[in-house]
Design a protein around this ligand. Structure first.
Ligand SMILES: [Zn+2]
Length: 354
């Protein structure tokens, strides 16, 4: 990633010290971190994708390594022990084998764990899956062979969840009680009944799988989740992560309806290391950034120097929700550390017995 934290200032540090230092527990476990290197790309990323997908932006696509992660964690979270659950960048142009191998190497060297990005039709689980420190999967809709209508954003790809999560992945995850981090497809997200049906099918049929909805089912807007939460709240094996959610009313609803024990703090680094905010306008979400990008709202004329990092906006939106619900220290520690830690420990236990 180019210019990593180049704009870090005293004002950002002040936010951390005043808003987050006391609020956050000493140990933080970020459940949603992408790591990759530029040399993993096997082909050029299309201009269309560069325009619409923040991760494909020319300032970001160059890579985000484990040492970049350490740099960001130390600078933005001084005095905290900031750990992560890692996976590659799930886009078609990347060599998945290299992407997964890198995660495995990082995790072996640094005593952490990762999620494996599977091919949509994966039929054989790679050898030494657990030895390579994978504890689950991060499947992704964009990996499906699919002819995108020209007026479509690639983030809204119209495929079934079962088009990118193979039966083998489901069965292996069930057998070992693994994590399955699902980035849901389709334009209407959780308001698309087909997504609800497919999530329900997985949650009911595969009760041992720890299902995590990435970005709480891509619910950046309150309208994305306010009705659909009713269909999700009774599944014991369903969790959500907070990656890139900047909206406290979404967090408040999630905590209230699912319970704080189902909320996993996640950032979506590397993108969360940019300055900006994810906002909701008339039931649609937009990225706003201090520096203009083709995928964000911005202004080259206005002086936007009071912006801070997405990752602080994510935590700020959790803080407001937590405070408005009067949650205590224990619940805060659960959200930022223990919920994910317990899932990992549970998986390690289950693997050791199998
Ligand atoms: Zn992500």
């Amino acid at each position: 990633m180019k210019n990593l934290l180049k704009e870090f200032s005293e004002a950002d540090l002040k936010i951390f010290k005043e808003e987050f230092n006391d609020f956050l527990p000493k140990k933080i476990l970020d459940s949603h971190i992408h790591l990759w290197k530029k040399e993993f790309f096997k082909e050029e990323i299309s201009i269309d994708k560069q325009k619409t997908n923040p991760f494909a932006d020319k300032d970001i696509i160059d890579g985000f390594t484990f040492s970049d992660f350490k740099f960001v964690a130390n600078k933005l979270f001084p005095n905290k022990i900031y750990e992560g659950l890692f996976f590659g960048l799930p886009i078609k142009e990347i060599n998945l084998q290299m992407a997964n191998k890198y995660i495995s190497n990082v995790c072996m060297e640094n005593n952490c764990y990762g999620l494996y990005i599977p091919e949509p039709n994966l039929k054989n689980i790679p050898e030494d899956f657990f030895k390579n420190r994978f504890i689950g999967f991060k499947p992704y809709p964009d990996l499906v062979e699919y002819k995108m209508p020209t007026d479509f954003s690639e983030l809204d790809i119209d495929v079934s969840i079962f088009d990118f999560i193979s039966k083998k992945v489901l069965e292996f995850s069930e057998e070992n009680g693994l994590m399955l981090l699902i980035h849901i497809p389709r334009k209407n997200r959780l308001n698309d009944k087909r997504n609800i049906e497919e999530i329900s099918t997985i949650a009911t049929k595969y009760k041992n799988i720890k299902i995590i909805l990435a970005h709480a089912g891509r619910s950046y807007c309150y309208s994305d989740i306010k009705d659909s939460i009713n269909y999700l709240k009774d599944f014991k094996n369903l969790y959500v992560d907070t990656a890139m959610i900047n909206n406290f009313s979404v967090n408040k609803l999630l905590i209230k309806e699912l319970g704080p024990e189902k909320i996993l703090y996640g950032s979506d680094l590397a993108i969360a290391a940019l300055k900006g905010k994810n906002i909701e306008i008339n039931n649609k979400h937009y990225f706003v950034t201090n520096v203009p990008h083709s995928w964000s709202l911005s202004s080259s004329e206005m002086n936007l120097d009071n912006f801070t990092y997405f990752i602080y906006e994510i935590i700020g939106a959790i803080k407001i929700a937590v405070k408005s619900l009067n949650l205590g220290k224990e619940d805060i520690e659960n959200i930022f550390y223990l919920n994910t830690k317990r899932l990992i420990d549970d998986i390690l236990y289950s693997i050791s017995k199998n």
